[in-house]
Design a protein around this ligand. Structure first.
Ligand SMILES: NC(=O)c1ccc[n+]([C@@H]2O[C@H](COP(=O)([O-])OP(=O)(O)OC[C@H]3O[C@@H](n4cnc5c(N)ncnc54)[C@H](O)[C@@H]3O)[C@@H](O)[C@H]2O)c1
Length: 366
């Protein structure tokens, strides 16, 4: 059955969803973006099939409407939507990283008989904008749906079926639980990463060489601090309460750590790190988590002229494309000199085999 999907906001997430959904030939995508330049680019590079000249125009034609705008903007648009004329069976969803406030705003739509199912595809990138959009962005990633409890079962199934083509792992959760869990694994770590970078910046004023040393583990640990500040401003505002609880727990953990630091015996300190290592080592690596993933491969190469072109040559022969390549200078806490980044988990797995078949270099996924 032919379906028309209207996507509002054609940035990284809206654009990637458009490309992912277009793999199904029965789906046609109408797009709209507040930036006319973005809208035109989306049409020009084939991200959308048609442009809507304004939101109401696209919405009136749609079987599914997806808000892929920053979360505060989505709430504002959901209020406006109550004045639009829509198809009777339309399903409205969003892609926002927070869900409780969105579902609160959706109550008004529900009262008007409009089906709203919250959505959050848990994949992304530190890049933003339509040019960064990729059809494969959601492959293997969890895609959370947060419908109103025990309601819209038929519509949830329809949306679930539509999203299958993106190859995401679509799951259903409660909106409050969603915001709690994402605070733990994504939103609060973002605050910590940003605060570590601030601490480094302060230290660097006094010891200007510090930044140079921060290329290895520190860079990996704080990667998420490079994400879109406007998106993170909105997420922080909408998930304030959960974040404040997490900060309280973190402060308690830091107090415990300070006590250990000042008075702990060697075996207590070792136990602290051993327990953390055990939990960390057991984290899944076969799905994308809540934070955006990069598919990095660490390669332990010896230092001789031409070694990098040797590796990239093998990968090129194996038809495996890479997105980035860097040498790690500070390697105290990681293994491997060369870090090669790939677009997908599959490409990285192929690269592991390719390097093993052609060299004796060890590879490592952190
Ligand atoms: N980037 C990620 O890692 C990620 C991951 C999962 C979910 N999300 C969520 O997806 C949503 C979009 O994020 P993104 O990374 O694609 O952002 P983005 O900045 O790349 O794109 C947002 C787009 O929305 C457009 N826009 C803003 N206000 C608008 C309005 N009133 N009407 C129409 N268009 C408007 C912007 O012009 C822009 O093109 C956010 O709610 C974010 O929380 C992001």
């Amino acid at each position: 059955m032919k379906q028309t999907v209207f996507i509002i906001g054609l940035g990284l997430i809206g654009g990637s969803l458009a490309l992912g959904l277009k793999r199904n030939k029965d789906i046609s995508i109408i797009g709209y973006d507040a930036q006319s330049q973005t809208l035109q680019t989306a049409q020009k590079i084939g991200v959308i099939d048609e442009m809507a000249s304004h939101m109401e125009e696209g919405a009136a034609l749609a079987d599914v409407i997806i808000f892929a705008t920053p979360v505060n903007e989505t709430i504002r648009l959901m209020h406006e939507m109550s004045k639009w004329s829509l198809k009777k069976q339309v399903i409205v969803t969003d892609t926002g990283s927070t869900k409780k406030e969105i579902m609160k705003a959706a109550l008004r739509l529900k009262e008007m008989g409009i089906t709203f199912i919250g959505g959050h595809p848990m994949a992304g990138s530190h890049k933003s904008g339509v040019e960064a959009a990729r059809a494969h962005l959601f492959e293997n990633a969890f895609y959370m749906l947060t419908p109103f409890e025990n309601e819209n079962k038929k519509e949830v199934k329809i949306l679930f079926d539509i999203l299958q083509v993106t190859k995401a792992k679509v799951v259903q959760v409660n909106a409050v639980e969603h915001d709690h869990m994402t605070a733990v694994v994504s939103h609060f770590p973002h605050l910590v990463a940003a605060s570590l970078v601030h601490q480094l910046a302060g230290e660097n004023e006094q010891f200007p060489f510090t930044k140079q040393l921060a290329s290895g583990g520190f860079r990996d640990l704080t990667r998420i601090a490079s994400a879109n500040p406007i998106m993170w401003r909105d997420i922080t505002l909408q998930n304030r309460k959960e974040l404040s609880n997490q900060l309280h727990m973190w402060t308690e953990e830091m107090n415990k750590l300070q006590n250990l630091l000042l008075h702990g015996e060697a075996d207590e300190i070792e136990t602290y790190f051993s327990k953390a290592k055990q939990v960390r080592d057991e984290l899944p690596i076969t799905t994308q988590g809540a934070m955006f993933s990069v598919f990095d491969l660490y390669v332990d190469v010896p230092d001789y002229p031409g070694v990098i072109s040797e590796i990239t040559g093998y990968l090129a022969k194996g038809d495996i494309s890479i997105t980035n390549l860097r040498i790690v200078e500070t390697r105290e806490d990681i293994f491997g000199i060369l870090v090669v980044s790939f677009q997908t988990m599959d490409d990285r797995a192929k690269a592991v085999k390719c390097i093993a078949n052609n060299t004796t270099f060890e590879t490592y996924i952190s």
